[in-house]
Design a binder for this molecule. Structure first.
Ligand code: GCU
Length: 347
């Protein structure tokens, strides 16, 4: 019920935005927050709405807004993108439904959520699949490794346009530094809404509580959960350190975020716009990857200055603990083969 209400609210908001004429002046942009680092959306005949669940300083926000600007330039103002941050158009799970319904044009969503439409997406969401950002980027720039999977849910009205680096996930909590899986015993840790993440947290020694990103702060504060697992950017920018100051480097997960849209929207778009989107995707992925390291550096500094404590955990112990998940999740030839190729690309 709660979810439906939220969907209706988000849909109503987008409808009323559309009713305003479909175009936004740059000076009306929610990106304009007084923060110099947040670029504003370009004006164009068609400004497509992108649902985003993080802040205006996040590398993905910047890279997508810049993509919109390039799109407007390359198409003589035919089209652009406006990124709505902070779950303004809905959380990620709801945003997928809004894209499917054609109410929101694009959304950036966590890789794990697409497992709910095709379980084979799990290959890119398993613990310790990627060694580092470079390995992950190499995989996502290789159409042979991505095309089949990314086009597999078009029947469900979801096209995956590109995969973006989304950091390395580590656990954080309100009680103590975590070193081994035993330390997570009895702790409730928020995870993304997929079975894989629930099983992963159990194997890591804790107990997973699925919820959208926007609810995490209050859930920790009120004691409903003890912590979360995420990259340093979320930990710092959403101020989770205020309620859970122990951040422990388990380095367990590096799944991508996907820019998704509705295939019908793509098909009906001015070809100059859809062609540019496809052509420029690799640039956008690269640009956000380049902004990433700085973002993490800044986030760590911000959290440390506010009293957060970072510690190295026993990564080998966590890696061993989650091994069964990797084996049990690769259930068919397609996923086993793709996983093997991804691992080969690490060398
Ligand atoms: C990451 C990821 C987001 C996701 C978030 C979460 O930050 O980039 O796409 O929403 O984690 O845990 O919900």
């Amino acid at each position: 019920m709660k979810c439906n209400l939220k969907l209706i609210a988000a849909a109503a908001m987008t409808l009323s935005l559309t009713a305003c004429g479909g175009g936004f002046e740059a000076n009306e942009s929610p990106a304009e927050t007084g923060n110099e680092e947040a670029p504003a959306a370009a004006t164009a005949e068609n400004v497509y709405r992108v649902s985003f669940n993080q802040t205006e300083t996040h590398p993905q926000f910047i890279a997508l807004t810049n993509l919109g600007q390039r799109m407007a330039d390359a198409t003589d103002g035919k089209c652009s993108l406006e990124v709505f941050p902070n779950e303004t158009l809905g959380n990620q799970k709801d945003s997928i439904e809004l894209v499917q319904a054609g109410t929101v044009d694009f959304a950036m969503v966590a890789g794990s959520l697409l497992e709910n439409f095709n379980p084979d997406f799990v290959v890119f969401n398993l613990p310790y699949t990627f060694d580092d950002k470079e390995h992950q980027q190499k995989v996502f720039m290789d159409p042979e490794l991505t095309d089949e999977l990314f086009s597999s849910i078009e029947d469900e009205k979801i096209s995956v346009l590109g995969a973006f680096h989304a950091g390395v996930r580590n656990v954080y909590n309100s009680e103590k530094p975590i070193n081994t899986p035993e330390d997570l015993d009895g702790m409730k840790i928020r995870v993304i809404e997929s079975d894989t993440n629930l099983k992963m947290m159990e194997l890591m020694g804790g107990s997973g509580t699925p919820m959208g990103q926007g609810e995490v702060y209050t859930a920790i504060q009120s004691g409903v959960i003890d912590g979360g697992e995420n990259n340093e950017s979320i930990f710092a920018n959403l101020k989770h350190f205020e309620v859970a100051k122990y951040y422990s480097y388990t380095r367990h997960l590096m799944f991508p975020d996907y820019l998704i849209t509705n295939p019908d929207l793509l098909a009906n778009m001015d070809p100059a716009c859809s062609d540019f989107l496809k052509e420029d995707m690799a640039n956008t992925q690269k640009e956000q990857g380049e902004l990433w390291d700085k973002e993490i550096e800044k986030s760590i500094q911000m959290a440390e200055e506010a009293g957060a404590e970072f510690n190295e955990a026993d990564v080998a112990a966590f890696r061993e603990a989650v091994k069964p998940l990797v084996e049990e999740s690769l259930t068919n030839d397609f996923t086993r083969d793709l996983y093997a190729k991804v691992r080969e690309a690490a060398n």
